[in-house]
Design a binder for this molecule. Sequence first.
Ligand code: ZN
Length: 134
Amino acid sequence: MKISHIEHLGIAVKSIEAALPYYEEVLGLKCYNIEVVEDQKVKTAFLKVGDTKLELLEPTSEESTIAKYIEKRGEGIHHMAFAIEDGVANALAFAESKGIRLIDKAPRKGAEGLNIAFLHPKSTQGVLTELCEK
Ligand code: ZN
């Protein structure tokens, strides 16, 4: 698989509204998009840091995996996403051939219309890993 850069870091927060002043006023970053991803039951806020983004993830329901994550481990870095140049479907097939456990067997639509898929953290030394492409 061919990775060009870290596309974004996903950060679980209880409240985007409460988290944004730190990112905008202290770090001086700019939030350029807020979007609800219904099927993942999250509200997302995006900020750019060079070619990489920060994706703040706020649960919109108690059944959201983000709500469960915060309950168990508190707020913090939730996942790392790589930009894949040669296709998420190819990358998934390759990872599976190397014995990596997949959360998604096929790419699906994520925030910002990207094709995304997750690798299981049990196979990636504890880092929930997202593969994405435009
Ligand atoms: Zn993500």
